[in-house]
Design a protein around this ligand. Structure first.
Ligand SMILES: [Ca+2]
Length: 284
């Protein structure tokens, strides 16, 4: 009985120590800090595996589908290598300058003409605090064009499944939060959307990934990303709308629906230990 009491006391001391450590760590959380490194792509870049067509922002890693990557359902042509750039907008003319650059001098662009592409961009972060809620935000602009009018105006891709977008957070290889694949019904083409995902890590190491893909060989499969952030949030946040002075491209979707159909195709999401809050709000 004495030994049982000793173990009980030891257990209580351990639990209290863990609780105190957790409370201490939570007190260290800076709610004003952006925990993403080089989220606006202003801090340099490198060539992925020395490939000049695949430029990656520093602090980020990339994966892209190749011809051998299995196709998605109903896809006909195979995936091909995309081109990616960290684009300097210093001398770029308006109105594109204020459209594709959300913050600073550089924006990230991935694109492919007449070919399906699939890109994942991720960053490992070891500065999060276990038990704290975070919001991962990726402003994204799907530049998915079916054709151009005689005056150069863009005709947006009419099939909402032309573009699929996803945010994923993993911890030691295990998915802890996932938006699932969101197509054009959730992430409208030719405009900015803040794609957001909230999560609560159990450790201080997480991997944050944004993913997008186009399964048709459009005249332009393109995406812009800029001003990515990771912020600690208190409680459960509600969807937010961010004001922007960004002008929207005037688009006249006169092209009839694609023969490939307009059925929404969202693949299964994963069960997670913590509740997920996923929000996406248009920037207008
Ligand atoms: Ca930027």
């Amino acid at each position: 009985m004495k030994r049982f009491g000793k173990y009980l006391a030891l257990g209580l001391v351990t639990v209290n120590a863990v609780l105190l450590l957790t409370a201490f760590n939570l007190l260290r959380v800076d709610y004003s800090r952006n925990y993403i490194e080089n989220g606006s792509f202003e801090a340099g870049y490198y060539q992925h595996q020395g490939i000049s067509e695949v430029t990656v922002p520093n602090e980020w890693k990339i994966w892209y589908a190749e011809e051998s990557t299995p196709k998605t359902p109903s896809q006909d042509d195979p995936f091909r290598q995309p081109e990616t750039v960290v684009w300097n907008g210093t001398h770029h003319p308006e109105p594109e300058r204020s459209l594709f650059w959300q913050q600073g001098t550089y924006t990230f662009k991935a694109f492919g003409a007449w070919k399906p592409i699939w890109v994942k961009l991720w960053q490992d972060n070891s500065n999060v605090v276990a038990g704290q809620r975070y919001r991962f935000t990726v402003p994204i602009y799907p530049d998915l064009i079916e054709s151009y009018q005689w005056d150069g105006r863009k005709i947006v891709a009419s099939d909402p499944t032309s573009g699929q977008h996803r945010l994923v957070v993993t911890e030691n290889g295990r998915i802890i939060a996932d938006t699932g694949y969101l197509d054009g019904d959730d992430i409208p083409f030719l405009e900015w959307t803040d794609l957001e995902l909230e999560f609560v890590p159990q450790t201080s190491n997480v991997r944050l990934m944004v993913e997008f893909r186009g399964k048709w060989g459009l005249i332009n499969n393109g995406w812009f990303i800029d001003d990515i952030s990771l912020h600690a949030v208190a409680g459960v946040a509600t969807p937010t709308k961010r004001a922007t002075s960004t002008p929207r491209v005037i688009v006249t979707p006169t092209v009839p629906p694609s023969e490939n159909g307009t059925a929404k195709s969202i693949e299964g999401t994963h069960e997670t230990f913590f509740p997920i809050v996923k929000t996406y709000s248009r920037r207008n």
